[in-house]
Design a protein around this ligand. Structure first.
Ligand SMILES: [Zn+2]
Ligand SMILES: [Zn+2]
Length: 433
């Protein structure tokens, strides 16, 4: 490279940066179009997860790109300023956190006038005003979560609380499961002739809920506070025809009980990593033998599985909490061994069972995922070939778009005066006094 004067060097840096920002605008347009058509919805959790996998961005940066791309869809002035290389991606990223179609023009002026640091500070001040104005936004609702446990006058303990919807759903599920467990235990005891205490009144729903909560608390303390594999709460009943059992290679040797009206594949997914009870049937269909309840994957093996796989093995996922998937299902004779198991998150366990994604283990031990149409889904996709001089190509493309980019394109109007953020917000924000 020729030795440039420092002035020319700095101009080169500024000019090429403007070209890159203009190209970033086009990249965001493409991401927005891809996202709108859900091109990522081919086994990936989100557009950001796909982007992270496809181009190697870290997930946080990928999320920001998708967020900014979506926001620019409704903010044409900011989108144009980025496309013309007049505003940097850093400024646009900050401004899109607060901009609306109504305030976009004012914020664009802030972006043009100030440095990236000024813009960041104005946006922070802006958000403070926004937060005050929108008292009932999600952040506030989340902050209002609470659980009060206190003793009433008669010594009973009173529980009162507010939970986020998804946490509430988990609680309701746990209460239901605990109530069912208590109810089934009682039924089981009734079946025995020795328990003659039938006169006891059936508890009300509210009483059952209270008993269920007690059982949940005892269970949590007994097993340690560990959310564990989500499917551990499922118990699967397997019906096995005794004569067939003699030949482990026979197809259809066992049938999963389809209690909850789920599809066969869903039942197989739940069974993949669950507790199971095996019932043998005689030739006449009667139950001959009921084996003890066992875990499909014993705790020691599960620990080894978590240690080996660390998280979901689906390409581009890596989520830490996962379920043990039998590559060849145990109901079809697949062994419960490390080599036949792979850790998959809930989303991707579903992808493999119900959405047609295929998974096998190569002789060298590597996992291989395929899309429903049979195409390989590589762990890391091949990056596209970069042309010999990417800068030349970039400039040519921007020129072809009619862009006039030079060393001063992205320079702020700031002349060095002090920035008074509070004054700026008072003047600019529509909700400020
Ligand atoms: Zn599975
Ligand atoms: Zn996953």
């Amino acid at each position: 490279m020729e030795t440039l004067s420092l002035d020319r060097l700095s101009d080169e840096i500024a000019e090429l940066s403007a070209h890159l920002e203009a190209a970033t605008a086009r990249l965001l347009d493409l991401i927005r179009a891809f996202d709108a058509r859900e091109g990522w919805n081919t086994g990936f959790r989100s557009c950001a997860a796909w982007l992270s996998w496809r181009v190697g961005l870290d997930l946080g940066a990928a999320r920001e790109r998708v967020r900014v791309a979506r926001a620019l869809g409704t903010l044409p002035l900011l989108a144009q300023a980025l496309a013309r290389g007049e505003l940097s991606y850093a400024k646009v990223r900050a401004l899109t956190r607060v901009a609306t179609p109504e305030t976009e023009e004012r914020l664009l002026a802030v972006g043009r006038a100030g440095t990236a640091d000024h813009v960041e500070r104005i946006v922070r001040g802006w958000r403070r005003v926004d937060r005050k104005a929108e008292a009932r936004d999600d952040t506030r609702r989340h902050a209002s979560r609470a659980l009060h446990v206190y003793q009433g006058e008669d010594g009973m303990v009173i529980v009162r609380g507010r939970l986020a919807p998804e946490v509430g759903a988990v609680l309701v599920q746990a209460l239901t499961a605990a109530r069912e467990a208590l109810y089934q235990q009682e039924r089981g005891m009734d079946a025995k002739p020795s328990s003659a205490d039938i006169s006891a009144e059936t508890p009300t729903m509210a009483q059952q809920q209270a008993d269920a909560l007690a059982l949940i608390a005892e269970t949590a303390l007994h097993h340690g506070i560990d959310p564990g594999a989500p499917s551990e709460r499922y118990q699967v009943v397997v019906h096995v025809d005794a004569p067939v059992l003699a030949d482990p290679d026979a197809p259809g040797q066992s049938v999963l009980e389809d209690g909850a009206h789920v599809s066969a594949e869903t039942a197989r997914r739940l069974a993949c990593d669950a507790s199971r009870v095996v019932m043998r049937h005689g030739l006449d269909g009667r139950v001959v033998e009921v084996a003890a309840r066992t875990r499909a994957i014993p705790p020691a093996l599960r620990r080894a599985l978590h240690h080996r796989d660390r998280g979901c093995r689906f390409p581009g996922c890596g989520l830490r909490f996962g379920q043990g998937h039998h590559i060849r299902h145990w109901a079809q004779g697949g062994p419960t061994t490390l080599s036949n198991l792979a850790l998959l998150c809930r989303r991707h366990h579903r992808a493999v069972h119900e959405e047609g994604y295929q998974l096998d283990r190569q002789p060298d031990g590597e996992l291989r995922f395929r899309r429903p149409d049979g195409r390989l889904l590589p762990e890391v996709p091949h990056l596209p070939e970069v042309p010999g001089d990417p800068v030349k190509v970039l400039r040519a493309r921007n020129d072809a778009e009619g862009l006039v980019l030079h060393a001063r394109t992205a320079s702020p109007g700031w002349l060095g005066e002090r920035l008074d953020v509070r004054w700026a917000i008072d003047v600019l924000h529509p909700l400020a006094r």
